[in-house]
Design a protein. Structure first.
Length: 726
């Protein structure tokens, strides 16, 4: 990518200074031609330094770049664990490592990209290792070259693909917690020549995990008398086995063109077994009191990317990229249950085959214009085709009719986009970023159990960012943007997903084909200061006004409780953000070699159509924060610890529904012995506080208040990693 203008100017100045110094030195080396030649001439040494390029400091478009060494510092076994320490990022509990959120907003408000492209549906950050990632880019304001589906911001995961030197590396790790063992092994090989480079990464892992959860359900009438008391005990065990292969190659042609290819193959199998027991001491008994579930999922995923870059004599550059991806998923799902009398009254068998094919073509043309302008124009074209064959069989029991249901469907999602952006420096201390992106999304879907649906949307997302350099070490940033959140395919599909014991606290779920995208107008403001390499500080705030907010409502339809999404009106969110770093050794000569990192975020949000209090968006926490310490007591040793915090509390998600989570506090620590760049041993302790997690759900029915509480056991994790290179 072309250097930012500020960085390019610094490099030009450096080359000019070196050339002048060289010329002066050559002239002084000539024999003197006058009488003054007898005198000895002494010259002072002149040192010319150029500050390293830092995108957070130098780019007009605001972005925070986290390098690989920071991601791998704690020896996390998954990328999900490493992300929770990044500025403004929180990871909530959930299947597959949790949902990633910026500013406390997940569920589509945070755009997650892999190499600049949207992550596949159901992307699991637990399937990536931190050492597979070259860097993480955090963008709190949209840019035109990336999709505008980023109301809260964008997390761009850039995978490692360019070989810097010849190297072979082996990594073995073993993690144990009360949830099971997690052995893993990885091998990477990189080769670099004068005009080409290549890399290959292979890894295998096995993850045994267990979940123990207990819960209670209660109901109270308007007078406060209890009408329901029920206990829930859940235990789930699972095994995930995964093989990943990632080859890549790059070559520079004789004319300067660069061709790069990257591929990835992932084979995964996930087997899970769950058992739930409900016991009711007051109120109506459930139909199914002893429930068992068995799931066997097999996934084959393949991705290919081919990129070509061509430079022109004028200095312009053309970059194009072709992506061909696909995955095949096979699921075998079995469940059965008994009634209170111990007799079998439920047997369900579901088999599904999902095939996804994706192809995309994108490109951008960059050129410079007189007047300190750098202009870029680009396009994105892509199509997803999804085909699922799903058959569900229900056995017949007294009072429970049997059924054979075909739930197959086909879907096509087409996206097209064009954008234009300009970076302009009116003065040496002031630069502007102007951009606009037009996008069109066309969705078609048809299924055996629902009518064909069509959902089209066109969106224009302009953006303005400005950078003022108040001084050499102080900056002020301003961003104005338009962004959106498009409904996912599952939110549009009117197919019902039924619950085992249907009730207001556990409803069926069904999509809404009439959903419209949410549109947001945003303002971002930040003040940044640095003290050389010794310390950095950023203090800022943001505000978003959201139109056509998508909420969810639970209703009783034809004797069953059903939850469906719908556009409810407007919503808003705003907050304050602070993050900074301090290196004591760089601040004072004899200070200990200690690095300190701190971040704190305060969030507010409101959904207009939902009565308060606590009518916040998407379980958005009020507070998130983190503190990290890294200490180097000796040349080969590094010790560190990090504490992350996410506040809990109630959130009113609908007029009759309230959800709440307990605060989440995590303390991790590590010790690293680094014998050389190619040999190191690391011990990591995770979840030292061992805080159990809890959540609750309330439904305000007519004449009664229903409440469900759940607690999940938490355990200490110990991980030992050995890495050797040759």
């Amino acid at each position: 990518m072309p250097l930012p203008r500020s960085a390019a100017l610094r490099r030009t100045a450096l080359h000019t200074a070196l050339a002048l110094a060289s010329s002066a030195g050559a002239a002084l080396a000539q024999p003197p031609q006058d009488a003054a030649s007898d005198a000895v001439t002494r010259l002072d040494t002149v040192t010319v330094q150029a500050q390293d390029y830092d995108p957070r400091r130098d780019d007009t478009a605001s972005r925070i770049v986290v390098a690989s060494d920071e991601l791998t510092r704690y020896g996390d076994d998954t990328l999900a664990d490493a992300l929770k320490r990044l500025p403004g990022v929180s990871v909530s509990d959930g299947a597959g490592g949790g949902a990633i959120a910026l500013r406390g907003l997940g569920k589509g408000y945070t755009q997650v990209l892999i190499d600049g492209r949207a992550a596949p549906p159901g992307f699991d950050p637990a399937t990536l290792r931190p050492d597979q990632v070259e860097r993480i880019e955090l963008l709190r304001t949209t840019t035109a070259d990336l999709r505008g589906e980023a109301i809260a911001g964008t997390i761009n995961i850039v995978l490692a693909k360019q070989a810097r030197r010849d190297r072979d590396r082996l990594t073995f790790a073993l993690k144990h917690s009360g949830n099971g063992f997690k052995p893993s092994a990885a091998w990477s090989r990189t080769r670099r020549g004068d005009a080409s480079s290549s890399s290959f990464d292979a890894s295998v892992l096995r993850n045994d995990h267990q979940v123990d959860e207990r819960g209670i359900e209660q109901a109270f009438d308007d007078a406060g008398a209890q009408t329901l008391a029920r206990r829930t005990d859940l235990r789930a065990r699972g095994v995930r086995e995964q093989l990943s292969l990632a080859p890549a190659a790059e070559r520079t042609l004789a004319n300067g063109d660069r061709i790069a290819w990257r591929s990835g193959l992932e084979v995964r199998r996930h087997r899970k077994r769950g058992d739930i027991h409900w016991s009711t001491s007051l109120g109506p008994e459930l139909d199914h009191t002893d429930y068992r579930q068995r799931t066997d999922l097999r996934l084959l995923q393949l991705r290919n990317e081919l990129a070509w870059t061509h430079g022109f004599a004028s200095g312009a550059r053309l970059e194009t990229k072709l992506n061909l991806d696909g995955n095949r998923e096979r699921t075998r799902y079995r469940e059965d249950a008994d009634g209170r009398d111990g007799a079998r009254n439920l047997e369900e068998a579901t088999d599904s085959r999902l095939d996804v094919r994706n192809h995309a073509l994108s490109g951008k043309y960059s050129f410079a214009v007189r007047g300190a302008h750098t202009v870029q124009a680009g396009w994105d074209l892509g199509q997803d085709r999804r085909s699922e064959r799903r058959v569900q069989r229900l056995a017949e029991f007294p009072g429970f009719p049997g059924a054979l249901t075909d739930q197959s469907f086909d879907a096509r999602i087409r996206r097209s986009a064009a954008y234009l952006q300009d970076e302009w420096s009116p003065t040496p201390r002031w630069s502007l970023y102007l951009g606009a992106r037009w996008e069109r999304i066309d969705i078609r879907s048809a299924g055996s159990d629902f009518s064909p649906l069509r959902n089209d949307a066109q969106l224009l997302t302009p953006v303005l960012q400005s950078l003022w350099k108040l001084a050499a070490d102080q900056r002020l940033r301003l961003g104005l943007s338009r962004s959106y959140r498009a409904p996912e395919l599952r939110e549009l599909t009117p197919r019902p997903y039924t619950s085992t014991n249907n009730r207001a606290l556990d409803p069926d779920r069904q999509g809404n084909p009439a959903l419209r995208p949410e549109l947001a107008t945003g303002l971002d403001l930040a003040y940044e200061r640095d003290w050389g390499e010794a310390a950095t500080l950023s203090v800022g705030g943001y505000a978003r006004r959201i139109e056509d907010f998508i909420g969810e409502s639970t209703r009783l339809l034809d004797g069953r409780w059903v939850a469906s999404p719908l556009n409810t009106g407007d919503a808003s969110s705003h907050g304050l953000e602070l993050d900074g770093k301090l290196s004591l050794a760089r601040l004072r000569k004899r200070a200990p070699d200690l690095d300190i990192g701190l971040q704190f975020n305060r969030h507010w949000s409101r959904v207009d159509a939902i009565p308060g209090p606590d009518n916040r968006i998407d379980r958005q926490p009020r507070y998130t924060g983190a503190l990290s310490l890294d200490y180097r007591p000796a040349p080969h040793w590094t010790l560190g610890a990090s504490y992350t915090h996410r506040s809990g509390g109630p959130v009113r998600t609908a007029a009759r529904e309230i959800e709440a989570q307990t605060p989440k506090r995590e303390l991790d620590a590590y010790a690293l012995w680094k014998r050389s760049d190619d040999a190191q041993l690391r011990l990591t302790l995770t979840n030292l506080l061992r805080q159990d997690g809890g959540e609750s759900f309330e439904y305000l029915d007519e004449g009664q208040r229903l409440r469900q509480q759940r607690w999940r056991k938490s355990t200490l994790g110990v991980r030992l990693e050995w890495q050797v290179g040759f």
